[in-house]
Design a protein around this ligand. Structure first.
Ligand code: SF4
Ligand code: SF4
Ligand code: FES
Length: 246
């Protein structure tokens, strides 16, 4: 029977170490299966977060051999198993225990975003949208909130500037609202001054790790940047604004 060795981070934000476990593999095994096998057969104290085991809840995010991935979507046979597989928690968020991080900052950010606003909130008329508008927004609504994109964004990860940038996950949440054809909320100032869309330098690292293959930068962030540039840096609009200023 073939086996695989996993070197897994144990500990918390203050201190930690790597513990090595060897488990038997089976056909179609994913990294999360290996973690469950370890918990069941060797060490029930090993902590990880998961829920669906179907790449749909976004709970089992971790770094596998240094790459941010979903543990339930990463097959063991896709990894070089002659060497131990290194499994570590997401680096951008504080570690609570082993592979479990505190991602609550993301939910605080979500609460700051101005929600959808309809022109006539009280209307009993059915809401109508063009199919192409539905499809455009639908791409952003595929997000499973795994926060892998937040984890790789260098503004949050390396520079720890959570104070000036909401991160790619919330750029696409804002894009979904801004591109909603029935939404009338003006979020230009919020995007520029609070969410920090201008800080993103379009490295596209977030897009590369998204398990839902959302084109975060091309379809979300760049159009948002263009909207902000239109409002604040278009010379004609600037002139009109200046003329209107008493
Ligand atoms: S493209 Fe922007 S949001 Fe995405 S990782 Fe790079 S800086 Fe962060
Ligand atoms: S945009 Fe993609 S990578 Fe980011 S949280 Fe959503 S599903 Fe995960
Ligand atoms: S357990 Fe739900 S995404 Fe992996």
């Amino acid at each position: 029977m073939a086996t695989v060795t996993l070197n897994i981070f144990r500990g918390n934000q203050e201190k930690g170490y790597f513990q090595s476990y060897t488990v038997e593999t089976f056909e179609g095994m994913v990294v999360l299966d290996a973690i469950h096998k370890i918990q069941r057969e060797q060490d029930a104290s090993l902590a990880c977060r998961w829920n669906c085991k179907a790449a749909k809840c976004g709970s089992c995010s971790a770094e596998i051999n240094g790459k941010p991935r979903l543990m339930c979507k990463t097959r063991i046979d896709s990894l070089p198993i002659e060497e131990p597989i290194i499994v570590t928690p997401l680096k951008t968020f504080p570690v609570i225990k082993d592979l479990v991080c505190d991602v609550s900052w993301n939910y605080e950010i979500a609460r700051k975003i101005p929600p959808l606003k309809l022109a006539d909130e009280g209307s009993k008329e059915p809401l109508r949208m063009m199919q192409e508008d539905v499809e455009r927004v639908q791409e952003f609504r595929k997000c499973i909130e795994c926060f892998l994109c937040q984890n790789v964004c260098h503004i949050l990860r390396d520079h720890q500037r959570k104070d000036i940038f909401f991160g790619p996950r919330f750029m696409i949440k804002l894009a979904a609202l801004e591109m909603h054809p029935l939404d009338v909320e003006d979020r230009s100032e919020f995007l520029k001054e609070v969410a920090g869309v201008g800080v993103c330098n379009i490295t596209k690292c977030c897009t590369e790790v998204c398990p839902e293959e959302i084109h975060i930068t091309d379809n979300g962030i760049i159009p948002l940047k263009e909207r902000v540039a239109d409002v604040y840096f278009d010379p004609i609009r600037g002139l009109l604004r200046w003329l209107k200023t008493p």
